[in-house]
Design a protein around this ligand. Structure first.
Ligand SMILES: NC(=O)c1ccc[n+]([C@@H]2O[C@H](COP(=O)([O-])OP(=O)(O)OC[C@H]3O[C@@H](n4cnc5c(N)ncnc54)[C@H](OP(=O)(O)O)[C@@H]3O)[C@@H](O)[C@H]2O)c1
Length: 262
Protein backbone atom coordinates (compact mmCIF):
# COMPACT_ATOMS: atom_id res chain seq x y z
CA UNK A 1 0.00 0.00 0.00
CA UNK A 2 1.41 3.40 -0.98
CA UNK A 3 0.94 5.82 1.91
CA UNK A 4 1.56 8.78 -0.39
CA UNK A 5 3.92 10.52 2.00
CA UNK A 6 6.93 11.18 -0.24
CA UNK A 7 6.17 14.88 -0.75
CA UNK A 8 5.01 15.47 2.81
CA UNK A 9 6.80 17.20 5.67
CA UNK A 10 6.03 16.20 9.25
CA UNK A 11 6.77 17.88 12.56
CA UNK A 12 6.98 15.36 15.39
CA UNK A 13 7.33 16.69 18.94
CA UNK A 14 8.81 14.59 21.73
CA UNK A 15 10.75 12.71 19.07
CA UNK A 16 14.12 12.09 20.71
CA UNK A 17 12.98 8.73 22.14
CA UNK A 18 10.12 6.31 22.61
CA UNK A 19 6.84 6.75 20.77
CA UNK A 20 7.70 10.05 19.09
CA UNK A 21 10.92 8.65 17.67
CA UNK A 22 9.11 5.52 16.48
CA UNK A 23 6.54 7.69 14.69
CA UNK A 24 9.30 9.77 13.09
CA UNK A 25 11.03 6.56 11.96
CA UNK A 26 7.83 5.21 10.42
CA UNK A 27 7.10 8.46 8.57
CA UNK A 28 10.67 8.64 7.28
CA UNK A 29 10.49 5.04 6.09
CA UNK A 30 7.37 6.00 4.11
CA UNK A 31 9.28 8.79 2.38
CA UNK A 32 8.23 11.87 4.38
CA UNK A 33 10.72 14.48 5.56
CA UNK A 34 10.56 14.96 9.31
CA UNK A 35 11.51 17.66 11.79
CA UNK A 36 12.12 16.04 15.18
CA UNK A 37 11.94 17.96 18.43
CA UNK A 38 12.78 17.43 22.08
CA UNK A 39 14.54 19.43 24.76
CA UNK A 40 18.12 18.40 24.08
CA UNK A 41 20.28 18.98 21.00
CA UNK A 42 22.45 16.09 22.04
CA UNK A 43 19.64 13.56 22.45
CA UNK A 44 18.13 14.57 19.11
CA UNK A 45 21.50 14.27 17.37
CA UNK A 46 21.99 10.81 18.89
CA UNK A 47 18.48 9.71 17.87
CA UNK A 48 19.09 10.80 14.28
CA UNK A 49 22.57 9.23 14.20
CA UNK A 50 20.99 5.90 15.18
CA UNK A 51 18.55 5.97 12.24
CA UNK A 52 19.36 3.96 9.11
CA UNK A 53 21.69 5.99 6.88
CA UNK A 54 19.13 6.35 4.08
CA UNK A 55 16.70 8.12 6.44
CA UNK A 56 19.11 10.56 8.10
CA UNK A 57 19.19 13.03 5.21
CA UNK A 58 15.43 13.40 5.36
CA UNK A 59 15.34 14.78 8.90
CA UNK A 60 16.37 17.79 10.83
CA UNK A 61 15.71 18.82 14.41
CA UNK A 62 14.95 21.76 16.66
CA UNK A 63 15.46 21.60 20.41
CA UNK A 64 12.69 23.36 22.34
CA UNK A 65 11.20 22.78 25.79
CA UNK A 66 7.44 22.52 25.27
CA UNK A 67 7.00 24.06 28.71
CA UNK A 68 8.47 27.35 27.47
CA UNK A 69 5.72 29.88 26.74
CA UNK A 70 7.08 30.63 23.25
CA UNK A 71 7.70 26.97 22.32
CA UNK A 72 4.82 26.68 19.85
CA UNK A 73 5.61 29.71 17.64
CA UNK A 74 9.33 28.86 17.69
CA UNK A 75 8.67 25.29 16.61
CA UNK A 76 6.11 26.25 13.98
CA UNK A 77 8.55 28.77 12.50
CA UNK A 78 11.54 26.41 12.55
CA UNK A 79 9.64 23.51 11.01
CA UNK A 80 8.05 25.65 8.32
CA UNK A 81 11.38 27.27 7.38
CA UNK A 82 12.78 24.02 6.03
CA UNK A 83 10.24 23.17 3.32
CA UNK A 84 7.83 26.07 3.50
CA UNK A 85 5.07 23.99 4.99
CA UNK A 86 4.15 21.38 7.58
CA UNK A 87 1.67 18.82 6.25
CA UNK A 88 1.63 16.47 9.24
CA UNK A 89 1.75 17.52 12.88
CA UNK A 90 2.34 14.84 15.49
CA UNK A 91 1.69 16.21 18.97
CA UNK A 92 3.61 14.11 21.47
CA UNK A 93 4.82 15.34 24.87
CA UNK A 94 6.47 14.11 28.01
CA UNK A 95 4.21 12.47 30.56
CA UNK A 96 3.30 13.90 34.02
CA UNK A 97 4.42 12.35 37.31
CA UNK A 98 2.27 9.64 38.91
CA UNK A 99 0.32 10.46 42.07
CA UNK A 100 -2.97 10.20 43.89
CA UNK A 101 -5.94 12.29 42.74
CA UNK A 102 -6.96 13.08 46.33
CA UNK A 103 -3.55 14.60 47.16
CA UNK A 104 -2.62 16.11 43.83
CA UNK A 105 -0.63 19.37 43.84
CA UNK A 106 -2.62 21.79 41.65
CA UNK A 107 0.50 23.86 41.01
CA UNK A 108 2.27 20.85 39.49
CA UNK A 109 -0.82 20.14 37.44
CA UNK A 110 -0.84 23.70 36.14
CA UNK A 111 2.82 23.36 35.13
CA UNK A 112 2.04 20.09 33.37
CA UNK A 113 -0.82 21.78 31.54
CA UNK A 114 1.77 24.28 30.33
CA UNK A 115 3.97 21.51 28.90
CA UNK A 116 1.37 18.97 27.71
CA UNK A 117 -1.77 20.85 26.69
CA UNK A 118 -1.14 24.55 26.06
CA UNK A 119 1.76 24.08 23.56
CA UNK A 120 -0.16 21.34 21.74
CA UNK A 121 -3.16 23.60 21.19
CA UNK A 122 -0.95 26.55 20.20
CA UNK A 123 1.13 24.49 17.77
CA UNK A 124 -1.99 23.02 16.23
CA UNK A 125 -3.51 26.48 15.76
CA UNK A 126 -0.25 27.81 14.27
CA UNK A 127 0.02 25.09 11.61
CA UNK A 128 -3.66 24.59 10.84
CA UNK A 129 -4.22 27.60 8.52
CA UNK A 130 -1.58 26.40 6.02
CA UNK A 131 -3.08 22.90 6.00
CA UNK A 132 -6.56 24.28 5.35
CA UNK A 133 -5.34 26.56 2.57
CA UNK A 134 -3.60 23.64 0.83
CA UNK A 135 -6.63 21.40 1.37
CA UNK A 136 -4.57 18.67 3.03
CA UNK A 137 -3.32 18.09 6.54
CA UNK A 138 -2.94 15.53 9.29
CA UNK A 139 -2.98 16.29 13.00
CA UNK A 140 -2.24 13.38 15.32
CA UNK A 141 -2.07 13.66 19.08
CA UNK A 142 -0.57 10.97 21.29
CA UNK A 143 -2.70 10.55 24.42
CA UNK A 144 -3.07 7.41 26.53
CA UNK A 145 -5.43 4.54 27.18
CA UNK A 146 -6.26 6.60 30.29
CA UNK A 147 -8.54 8.84 28.22
CA UNK A 148 -10.83 5.85 27.69
CA UNK A 149 -10.24 4.00 30.95
CA UNK A 150 -8.56 6.23 33.56
CA UNK A 151 -5.39 4.67 34.97
CA UNK A 152 -4.97 4.55 38.78
CA UNK A 153 -2.01 6.63 40.01
CA UNK A 154 -1.98 8.78 36.86
CA UNK A 155 -4.61 11.45 37.66
CA UNK A 156 -2.83 14.27 35.83
CA UNK A 157 -2.33 12.18 32.73
CA UNK A 158 -5.97 11.05 32.73
CA UNK A 159 -7.24 14.60 33.17
CA UNK A 160 -4.90 16.63 30.95
CA UNK A 161 -4.98 14.26 28.00
CA UNK A 162 -8.79 14.19 28.16
CA UNK A 163 -8.69 17.95 27.61
CA UNK A 164 -6.83 17.34 24.38
CA UNK A 165 -9.26 14.63 23.30
CA UNK A 166 -12.15 17.06 23.74
CA UNK A 167 -10.33 19.82 21.86
CA UNK A 168 -9.20 17.60 18.98
CA UNK A 169 -12.63 16.02 18.56
CA UNK A 170 -14.21 19.46 18.31
CA UNK A 171 -11.54 20.64 15.87
CA UNK A 172 -11.98 17.53 13.70
CA UNK A 173 -15.58 18.50 13.04
CA UNK A 174 -14.59 22.01 11.98
CA UNK A 175 -11.81 21.17 9.51
CA UNK A 176 -12.77 17.83 7.92
CA UNK A 177 -14.31 19.67 5.00
CA UNK A 178 -10.91 21.27 4.29
CA UNK A 179 -9.11 17.94 3.92
CA UNK A 180 -7.52 18.08 7.36
CA UNK A 181 -7.97 15.02 9.57
CA UNK A 182 -7.56 15.21 13.34
CA UNK A 183 -7.10 12.03 15.35
CA UNK A 184 -5.86 10.90 18.74
CA UNK A 185 -3.78 7.77 19.28
CA UNK A 186 -4.11 6.07 22.65
CA UNK A 187 -1.17 3.84 23.61
CA UNK A 188 -1.78 1.13 26.19
CA UNK A 189 1.61 -0.06 27.41
CA UNK A 190 4.34 0.29 24.84
CA UNK A 191 7.89 -0.57 25.94
CA UNK A 192 9.68 2.78 26.31
CA UNK A 193 11.67 4.64 28.96
CA UNK A 194 8.39 6.10 30.25
CA UNK A 195 6.83 2.67 30.80
CA UNK A 196 9.99 1.50 32.54
CA UNK A 197 9.90 4.56 34.83
CA UNK A 198 6.24 3.97 35.71
CA UNK A 199 6.95 0.29 36.43
CA UNK A 200 9.80 1.44 38.66
CA UNK A 201 7.46 3.76 40.57
CA UNK A 202 4.87 0.97 40.93
CA UNK A 203 7.57 -1.42 42.21
CA UNK A 204 8.57 1.13 44.84
CA UNK A 205 4.96 1.62 45.94
CA UNK A 206 4.40 -2.14 46.19
CA UNK A 207 7.83 -2.98 47.63
CA UNK A 208 8.33 -5.57 44.89
CA UNK A 209 11.01 -6.13 42.24
CA UNK A 210 10.35 -4.18 39.07
CA UNK A 211 10.51 -7.40 37.00
CA UNK A 212 7.53 -8.78 38.98
CA UNK A 213 5.55 -5.60 38.31
CA UNK A 214 6.35 -5.68 34.59
CA UNK A 215 5.46 -9.37 34.33
CA UNK A 216 2.10 -8.88 36.06
CA UNK A 217 1.39 -5.83 33.91
CA UNK A 218 2.16 -7.72 30.69
CA UNK A 219 0.02 -10.64 31.84
CA UNK A 220 -2.94 -8.28 32.33
CA UNK A 221 -2.87 -7.36 28.62
CA UNK A 222 -4.75 -9.73 26.29
CA UNK A 223 -1.74 -9.73 23.93
CA UNK A 224 0.34 -10.92 26.89
CA UNK A 225 3.11 -8.38 26.34
CA UNK A 226 3.95 -4.70 26.05
CA UNK A 227 3.79 -3.23 22.56
CA UNK A 228 6.85 -2.46 20.51
CA UNK A 229 7.29 1.26 19.63
CA UNK A 230 7.45 0.32 15.94
CA UNK A 231 3.97 -1.25 16.20
CA UNK A 232 2.77 2.12 17.46
CA UNK A 233 4.67 4.09 14.81
CA UNK A 234 3.10 2.03 12.04
CA UNK A 235 -0.42 2.98 13.13
CA UNK A 236 0.56 6.64 13.30
CA UNK A 237 2.08 6.51 9.81
CA UNK A 238 -1.14 5.03 8.46
CA UNK A 239 -3.24 7.76 10.11
CA UNK A 240 -0.89 10.35 8.58
CA UNK A 241 -1.16 8.79 5.15
CA UNK A 242 -3.25 9.71 2.14
CA UNK A 243 -4.97 6.35 2.61
CA UNK A 244 -6.47 7.45 5.93
CA UNK A 245 -8.35 10.36 4.34
CA UNK A 246 -11.74 9.32 5.77
CA UNK A 247 -10.55 8.69 9.34
CA UNK A 248 -11.05 11.76 11.51
CA UNK A 249 -12.30 12.65 14.98
CA UNK A 250 -11.28 9.20 16.20
CA UNK A 251 -9.36 7.97 19.20
CA UNK A 252 -7.43 4.95 17.94
CA UNK A 253 -6.26 2.46 20.55
CA UNK A 254 -2.91 0.75 20.19
CA UNK A 255 -3.07 -1.35 23.33
CA UNK A 256 -2.94 -5.07 22.62
CA UNK A 257 -6.55 -5.23 23.84
CA UNK A 258 -5.74 -3.72 27.26
CA UNK A 259 -8.75 -1.40 27.39
CA UNK A 260 -11.68 -3.60 28.39
CA UNK A 261 -14.46 -1.17 27.51
CA UNK A 262 -16.00 -1.25 24.02
N1 LIG B 1 4.78 4.32 26.31
C1 LIG B 1 3.52 4.10 26.66
O1 LIG B 1 3.07 2.95 26.74
C2 LIG B 1 2.59 5.24 26.93
C3 LIG B 1 1.29 4.96 27.38
C4 LIG B 1 0.41 6.01 27.61
C5 LIG B 1 0.83 7.31 27.42
N2 LIG B 1 2.11 7.55 26.99
C6 LIG B 1 2.50 8.94 26.80
O2 LIG B 1 2.97 9.14 25.48
C7 LIG B 1 4.00 10.14 25.50
C8 LIG B 1 5.26 9.55 24.90
O3 LIG B 1 5.59 8.44 25.66
P1 LIG B 1 6.99 7.68 25.59
O4 LIG B 1 6.73 6.38 26.23
O5 LIG B 1 7.54 7.74 24.25
O6 LIG B 1 7.85 8.57 26.60
P2 LIG B 1 9.41 8.93 26.57
O7 LIG B 1 10.19 7.78 26.03
O8 LIG B 1 9.68 9.43 27.93
O9 LIG B 1 9.52 10.12 25.50
C9 LIG B 1 9.05 11.39 25.78
C10 LIG B 1 9.54 12.33 24.70
O10 LIG B 1 9.07 13.64 25.00
C11 LIG B 1 10.17 14.53 25.08
N3 LIG B 1 9.88 15.53 26.09
C12 LIG B 1 9.62 15.32 27.40
N4 LIG B 1 9.37 16.47 28.02
C13 LIG B 1 9.50 17.45 27.09
C14 LIG B 1 9.38 18.86 27.11
N5 LIG B 1 9.08 19.52 28.25
N6 LIG B 1 9.59 19.55 25.98
C15 LIG B 1 9.91 18.91 24.83
N7 LIG B 1 10.02 17.57 24.73
C16 LIG B 1 9.82 16.85 25.86
C17 LIG B 1 11.37 13.66 25.42
O11 LIG B 1 12.55 14.24 24.93
P3 LIG B 1 13.67 14.94 25.83
O12 LIG B 1 13.69 14.25 27.15
O13 LIG B 1 14.90 14.74 25.02
O14 LIG B 1 13.23 16.35 25.91
C18 LIG B 1 11.05 12.41 24.62
O15 LIG B 1 11.44 12.57 23.28
C19 LIG B 1 4.17 10.54 26.96
O16 LIG B 1 3.36 11.65 27.22
C20 LIG B 1 3.65 9.33 27.70
O17 LIG B 1 3.23 9.64 29.01
C21 LIG B 1 2.99 6.56 26.75
Amino acid sequence: MDFGLTQKHALVTGASSGLGLAIARALLAEGATVTLTGRSDERLRTAIADLPEALRDKCDFTAVDLGDPDAAPRLAEAATRRTGQVDILVNNTGGPPPGIASTIDPDVMRTQYGAMVDPVIRLTLALLPGMRERGWGRILTVASSGVVQPIPHLPMSNALRSTLVGFMKTLAGEVAVDGVTVNVIAPGRIATARTAALDGAAAERAGKPVADIARASAASIPAGRYGDPDEFGAVAAFLASKRASYVTGSTIRVDGGAIRAV
